[in-house]
Every structure is written in structure tokens, then in C-alpha cells.
Design a protein around this ligand. Structure first.
Ligand code: B1M
Length: 210
């Protein structure tokens, strides 16, 4: 029973075994922060790398995410007791008119897996809702996902509204989704285009480490 074994269980998406091992580690005195920092987060980092290399596909990501979620459900209250804070806050959503959320949920999973708090606004999120969430939650990063060429332009509207509401400089804007490219992100004034969930997670880390 070790953190190395736990990392492998999460990587391989073994949810039940992950749950049992986390409980045993806690019972034997391993602290929750060590479990998070030395097993769970590195496991999700490796899952992301395997995905980028084409060795893992969406189903492997999803089962790893489920195992990660089981583990975090158990350790979250312990971390709160210990006063361990999230690394930062990220607001995420799929843009107005768009109901595709599989990619956005993968981004959420990777970003949460890296120790961030994610405020998930769901699907069909209007520019007004994104802006309100920036005002309410004060995230370091706001992330918008779009899967339709017809909904991509809502990202531009959101950036414009962030500006007119005077909060554009308080937050970094990240965009992603299959129909997007870097030139579109640049054109609408976003700070970052994430090709995949791992890039999204790395950008959140970059923003908070800056
Ligand atoms: Co729809 N759909 N769909 N669909 N759908 C596409 C996107 C489409 C390409 C299919 C096609 O025609 N070949 C096409 C879009 C064409 C276009 O705009 N050019 C399309 C269409 C037309 C439609 C409808 C209009 C169909 C209709 O009703 N006539 C309709 C629209 C509904 C709406 O949104 N208003 C529709 C509906 C649906 C379903 C509801 C049935 C379902 C969505 C279910 C759900 O999401 N809960 C669905 C699905 C599943 C797809 C396909 C098959 C798969 C999309 C997906 O989940 N990919 C898709 C065709 C395809 O891509 N093969 C298609 C897997 C996912 C992991 O990838 O989301 O790209 P992706 O996310 C990646 C990266 O892009 C990145 O990270 C992820 C992984 O690393 N990423 C980010 C994503 N968001 C990011 C944000 C970031 C950073 C990175 O920072 C914030």
C-alpha cells in the first residue's frame, strides 16, 4: 500500500480500488495533502500526457476522472480540516447556444485534478452569465468551450462584455473546442487557446504561478 500504487490505480481508472486504498492510507496515518500532491495530481498529469501522446483516448480519460473523483470526495473534507486551499479558481462553461459539454468536462476534470477550484457554469452560457461569474467568484481564469462554428462568436461577445463591464483586466481568458484555432483566439482578444484539456490545465497553472 503506497502512494505509487495509488497513482497507478487512478491512472488505470480503478475507481473502487482507488477508494479503498485512499481510505487505508488515511487510516494508516498518511495525510490527505500528501495523497493529493504525491499521488492524485501526478496521476492526472500522467493521464494528460498519455492523452496528448495519443496513448490514451477519451474513455481512458473518463475512467481515470471517475477514480480521481472518488478519491477527492474522500479527502476533500480532510483537506478542509487541514486548511489546505485550492491553488486558484477557474470559471468554465460551454458558450451560448452550444450544448456540447464532453470536452468542457474533460477540461474541468484536468483542472480540478491539478488542485484548482472550478466553478462550472454548464452549457449554453451567455456572455452576461460569464461576466457575472467573474464578478461573483473572482477567478484567475475564465474558460469558454465551443463545438459549433455558429456558437464560437459568442466568445467574442463575452470578451467584449468583460471589457465594457470593466473586468477584462482582472481575469485571463482561455478558449477551446474542436472548431477553434489560435488565429481565432488572437482575433477575439483571448489570452490563450487550449488545444486540449492538458493545455488548459497547464495554462491555469501558468497563470497562478506567474
Ligand atoms: Co454535435 N456536432 N451537434 N452533438 N457533435 C459536432 C460538433 C459536429 C462536428 C458533428 C458533425 O457534423 N460532423 C457538428 C458541428 C459542425 C460545425 O459546427 N461545423 C455538430 C452538430 C452540427 C450538432 C447539432 C447542430 C446537430 C443537430 O442537431 N442538427 C447539435 C447542436 C446542439 C447544440 O449544441 N445546440 C448537436 C448535438 C450533439 C449531441 C447533443 C447529440 C452530442 C453532444 C453531447 C454532449 O456534449 N453532452 C453531440 C456530439 C457528441 C458531437 C460529436 C460527435 C462529438 C463531440 C465531442 O464530444 N468530442 C461532434 C463530432 C466530432 O467531433 N467527431 C459533434 C469529444 C471531445 C472530448 O472533444 O469537445 O473537441 P472536444 O474537446 C477537446 C478539445 O477541443 C479541447 O479539449 C477537449 C479534450 O482534450 N477543448 C478545450 C474543448 N473545450 C475546451 C476549452 C478549453 C480548452 C480546451 O479552454 C476553456
Amino acid at each position: 500500500m503506497s502512494l505509487v500504487e495509488l497513482k497507478e490505480l487512478v491512472k488505470n481508472g480503478k475507481a473502487k480500488e482507488t477508494e479503498e486504498m485512499v481510505k487505508s492510507l488515511l487510516n494508516s496515518g498518511t495525510n490527505a495533502e500528501a495523497i493529493l500532491t504525491n499521488a492524485l495530481i501526478p496521476a492526472m498529469d500522467e493521464v494528460g500526457e498519455l492523452f496528448q501522446k495519443g496513448e490514451y483516448f477519451v474513455p481512458e480519460l473518463l475512467v481515470a476522472a471517475r477514480a480521481m473523483q472518488k478519491a477527492t470526495e474522500i479527502i476533500r473534507p480532510k483537506l478542509q480540516e487541514m486548511g489546505v486551499k485550492a491553488k486558484g479558481k477557474v470559471v468554465l462553461g460551454t458558450v451560448r447556444g452550444d450544448l456540447h459539454d464532453i470536452g468542457k468536462n474533460l477540461v474541468k476534470m484536468m483542472v480540478e485534478g491539478a488542485g484548482f477550484e472550478v466553478v462550472d457554469l454548464g452549457i449554453d452560457v451567455t456572455p452576461e452569465k460569464f461576466v457575472q461569474a467573474v464578478k461573483d467568484h473572482k477567478p484567475g481564469v475564465i474558460g469558454m468551450s465551443a463545438l459549433l462554428t455558429t456558437t464560437m462568436m459568442s466568445m467574442k461577445d463575452t470578451v467584449a462584455l468583460l471589457k465594457s463591464e470593466g473586468v477584462r483586466n482582472s481575469v485571463k481568458v482561455m478558449v477551446g473546442g474542436a472548431p477553434l484555432r489560435q488565429d481565432f483566439a488572437t482575433e477575439i482578444g483571448a489570452d490563450f487557446y487550449g488545444k486540449d484539456a492538458t493545455e488548459a490545465k497547464n495554462y491555469a497553472k501558468f497563470v497562478y504561478e506567474e
